[in-house]
Write a protein that binds this ligand. Structure first.
Ligand code: ATP
Ligand code: MG
Length: 256
């Protein structure tokens, strides 16, 4: 069965896009068939794969507004085993148009239905808000991966996100699971270590991935060059961490 993972956190800059791109590339390298969906008008994922968001004809924008067509028409191959549905910078208008439609939070789910046997993983990268794009991602998903920067306020935002997840589970997507919480941009200082230990020791502790992603400038450089970090510098700490995360995520998949 396809695992559809929404990388959600309404806080900006926590590593949603970076993780979508690099986890996706690492899973593809493991032989998995992977589709990435850029659901953010900022189009960072599209740009991070070296594509120009001004030049895309078929985008997540059309997918959401023409859900009956199925999402297949907007899929572009970007690497072996790795496909992308790109975003476009004027996608913000889609959110307004989407407001007008019935079942507006289920459009992505509907559009992905015909693709569900083509992939082992579909990773969705929404914007930093709990608006309609993020709701579409959570309704379409089978699980949520929550990237989190170890910060004193991070846990507050987590409460709000978990409330939203609970509502979605109750109303439209009872099968939605929290796949895990991922610490990103981790610096080895006392504050980060204390916060990580506190969360691992809390009721949420079992949800935290064993793998953490270190703060690593090679990660930023790789996105700016339009490459996954495993292609940019395979031996850097960031590449090692994302390969390890792919293994951890994949170990939750039954071998077929
Ligand atoms: N592990 C890391 N080490 C160093 N820099 C990182 C790391 N992860 C992400 N970054 C950088 O931090 C910035 C924010 O990351 P990213 O775009 O992935 O976050 P986001 O949650 O998708 O942001 P937004 O909410 O705006 O969509 C980017 O410039 C990215 O290159
Ligand atoms: Mg992003």
């Amino acid at each position: 069965m396809t695992r559809i993972i929404a990388l959600a956190n309404q806080k900006g800059g926590v590593g949603k896009t970076t993780t979508t791109l690099n986890l996706g590339a690492a899973l593809a390298e493991r032989g998995r068939r992977v589709l990435l969906i850029d659901l953010d008008p900022q189009s960072n994922l599209t740009m991070g794969l070296g594509l120009n968001p001004y030049e895309q004809d078929a985008t997540a924008y059309q997918v959401l507004l023409n859900a009956d067509r199925g999402a297949g028409f907007a899929v572009q191959p970007v690497r072996e085993q790795l496909d992308l549905i790109p975003a476009t910078l004027d996608m913000a208008a889609a959110e307004v148009e989407l407001m007008m439609s019935l079942a507006r939070e289920s459009m992505l789910r509907k559009a992905l239905h015909p693709l569900r046997n083509n992939y082992d993983y579909i990773l969705i990268d929404p914007p930093p808000s709990l608006g309609l794009f993020t709701l579409n991602a959570l309704v379409a998903a089978t699980e949520v991966l929550i990237p989190l920067q170890p910060h004193p306020y991070a846990l507050k935002g987590l409460t709000q996100l978990r409330q939203t997840i609970t509502l979605i589970q109750k109303d439209v997507n009872p099968g939605l699971q929290i796949g895990g919480i991922l610490f990103t941009q981790v610096q080895r200082n006392n504050l980060a270590v204390t916060l990580e230990e506190r969360l691992r020791g809390s009721a949420l502790g079992t949800l935290v991935y064993r793998t953490t992603i270190p703060q690593n400038v090679r990660i930023t450089e790789s996105s700016a060059s339009g490459l996954p970090v495993i292609e940019y510098d395979r031996s850097c700490a960031g590449a090692t961490a994302y390969l390890e995360l792919a293994e951890e995520v994949d170990s939750g998949t039954a071998e077929s």
